[in-house]
Design a protein around this ligand. Structure first.
Ligand SMILES: [Ca+2]
Length: 373
């Protein structure tokens, strides 16, 4: 084992002060952005962004979110609310059992990242690019900066997590669902707008973009080349985001490039359970175990059938097989070179209570090992 694969202690973010406040024990920290939730009235105003402001679905429009103290930005696309048939019909080619039965799901409006989250965006969080630039330019921390600095950031990676496939506008990979969730908490603090991972249902709804075919462009995998990076055309690596045609709602790479985290626990017979319940609104299978959790869309390393809108995939414990740390890191899936994520922002922001009870709820709570324990 080479020397750079040694265990790196957690960064000295505000985690220790959070521990001192007893927030880990209360579960409030794990439940989301406690500082915003607990002191909503005193929270600084969101970063000004007129295009991002909407009270109603009709007012929603595409917008660009800039990350303060950096030159990094990303685009969000409005996804209209509606009802759809989740899952695939029995007639669909290469269908798996867990995609049925189809059932009716109602989804509330939200914005979704036009692209997968890139390394440019992800590195601002992991490498504290914003904090560093503030210090370099002697910019005093404002109220929102202090909020941002309070969100935990990952421990140092013990190897190059892009595995030589490229950074910049390539999609970030190899993060655990916990890391992707925490990135969203950080992004929420950073912008003052509530971001999270999509639910499995929201993801499929957005991927279908009003279609009921195997792919958002039809049923013929021969056309996949125009819309996706997958095993046949990817040259054994991911590609920069946004190079292929978007789906009808303007989202790129929903099929392929990197598979994408959702919030949900994977339950094989979930649809059979849901089909008995009638119309379901904004469903979420709250995770109760670390594995398996749902990833969607297939990747650069997959065959066309795994890129179908209804195809369901999930995390596995051996995604940490190469991790040399013991206990294994809560931040990295060293073997998940095919998995990244994109963010969503619901039109209606949930209350702190709703976040704790649903959107941010996940068990078991993930904590970095404490030095000396
Ligand atoms: Ca993708």
């Amino acid at each position: 084992m080479s020397c750079h694969w040694t265990f790196m202690p957690p960064k000295r973010s505000s985690q220790l002060s959070l521990r001192a406040l007893g927030l880990f024990a209360s579960g409030l920290f794990a439940s989301g952005l406690f500082a915003v939730g607990a002191a909503a009235d005193e929270s600084p105003a969101p970063v000004a962004n007129p295009d991002a402001v909407a009270e109603t679905e009709a007012e929603m429009k595409p917008y660009t979110e800039e990350l303060a103290h950096t030159e990094v930005a990303f685009e969000m696309v409005p996804i209209p609310g509606g009802t759809f048939q989740m899952g695939s019909p029995e007639s669909e080619a290469d269908r798996n059992e867990d995609e049925g039965p189809q059932h009716t799901v109602k989804i509330s409006p939200f914005w979704m990242g036009k692209h997968e989250v890139t390394w440019d965006e992800y590195d601002v969080w992991t490498d504290q690019m914003d904090q560093r630039r503030r210090k370099l330019l002697s910019i005093a921390a404002g109220p929102r900066d202090l909020l941002v600095d309070g969100v935990t950031r990952p421990t140092e990676p013990y190897t190059d997590m892009s595995f030589g496939m490229g950074k910049g506008q390539h999609p970030a990979i190899c993060m655990t669902q916990h890391a992707a969730r925490t990135y969203c908490e950080w992004l929420t603090a950073k912008t003052g707008r509530y971001y999270r991972l999509p639910t499995e249902a929201e993801w499929e709804y957005a991927a279908r973009a009003g279609t009921s075919t195997a792919y958002s462009f039809g049923d013929d995998p021969d056309n996949l080349e125009d819309y996706a990076w997958f095993f046949d055309n990817s040259d054994d690596a991911y590609e920069e985001v946004g190079q292929k045609k978007p789906n009808p709602w303007g989202l790129h790479d929903m099929h392929g490039n990197v598979a994408e985290w959702t919030l949900d626990q994977y339950v094989e017979d979930l649809y059979a359970q849901r089909a008995k319940e009638g119309l379901i609104v904004d469903p979420l299978q709250i995770p109760t175990t670390l594995y398996p959790r749902v990833v969607r869309g297939g990747s650069w390393d997959d065959d066309p059938d795994r890129l179908r809108s209804a195809a369901r995939h999930h995390s596995e414990e051996d995604w940490k097989q190469q991790d040399p740390q013991l206990p294994r890191s809560i931040w990295y899936h060293t073997d998940a070179l095919t998995v990244g994520f994109r963010v969503v922002r619901p039109l209606e922001q949930p209350s702190a209570e709703e976040k704790a009870a649903k959107w941010a709820k996940t068990e078991p709570v993930q904590l970095d090992p404490v030095e000396g324990e």
